[in-house]
Write a protein that binds this ligand. Structure first.
Ligand code: ADP
Ligand code: MG
Length: 259
């Protein structure tokens, strides 16, 4: 408690970590489509940012630029103070630092659950197989699918597969986790089991960027809501502010349709 006043601490609902992910004036086109327009976004270590907005507004593209699955046309992105590398080993390491969980779970179908969670550790991090296995088993236990370790992905439910995908990303000790609509492909009864794992991660202090339509999750887990429309960040606010008092017409219109 080194000199932090009580009022200041109370004001700061969001963890006051260092800037971990910084996007400065990022622009990206797909042909004539200006899909990301002058994006400025800074995410502090330990912060949970929920990105919402209409379909086609650029949310997935935003996520994909952060781990360099998409290049940008101008501007800059840095992770933990380092600019995004362009290629090669550095890029592989960056991808390991930035865990990503997609709508479609993207597990390797011909590898077991355990192998899926071991693979990146061994191949990218160069971790010893025994160590990687132990870590994989621990993580699978943590997300509640430890008993499924020796099965193949197709033998698991969608909710279980998505939790494996989260464990696989965590196995790389990422600095930040990106979730792009992680529950959108799930049957309704499986959504909560995935959201609960994400809630737990958030409580443990993981830095997270979450694209989701799950407003309950946004309300309870997010430090900040970023509202995107037409390739722009239109509004940023705390969940309370955003849901009770959206400032922009675009956000009001969007919320009126989904709430
Ligand atoms: P969101 O995730 O918010 O729905 P996306 O980032 O997926 O939005 O897409 C934003 C816009 O960019 C959409 O109009 C989409 O059709 C377009 N788009 C996305 N990926 C590509 C691509 N690889 N090539 C061309 N257009 C794309
Ligand atoms: Mg999307």
């Amino acid at each position: 408690m080194s000199g932090v006043s009580v009022t200041k601490a109370a004001e700061d609902a969001a963890p006051a970590g260092d800037d971990l992910v910084v996007l400065s004036n990022v622009n990206k086109h797909f042909g004539a489509l200006h899909v990301l327009q002058d994006i400025d976004l800074t995410i502090a270590s330990g912060e949970v940012v929920v990105v919402i907005g209409p379909s086609g507004s650029g949310k997935s593209t935003l996520c994909r630029t952060i781990n360099r699955l998409e290049t940008i046309d101008s501007g800059a992105i840095s992770i933990d103070g380092k600019p995004l590398p362009q290629e090669g080993k550095e890029l592989a390491r960056l991808r390991a630092d930035v865990g990503m969980v997609f709508q479609s779970f993207n597990l390797f179908a011909h590898k077991t659950v355990l192998e899926n969670v071991m693979l990146g550790q061994v191949k990218v991090r160069g971790t010893d197989k025994k160590v990687a296995e132990e870590k994989a088993r621990n993580l699978l236990d943590r997300v509640g699918v430890g008993v499924q370790a020796d099965k193949y992905p197709a033998q698991l439910s969608g909710g279980q597969q998505q939790r494996v995908a989260i464990a696989r990303a965590l196995a790389m000790d990422p600095k930040v986790m990106l979730f792009d609509e992680p529950t959108s492909a799930l049957d309704p009864e499986m959504i909560n089991e995935v959201l609960e794992v994400m809630q737990q991660l958030a409580r443990e202090g993981m830095t997270m960027v979450v694209v989701t339509h799950e407003m309950g999750f946004a309300r309870s887990a997010a430090n900040r809501v970023v509202f995107m429309a037409d390739g722009k960040i239109v509004e940023e606010a705390t969940p309370d502010q955003f849901f009770s008092n959206p400032r922009s017409d675009r956000a009001k219109d969007f919320l009126s349709k989904i709430l």
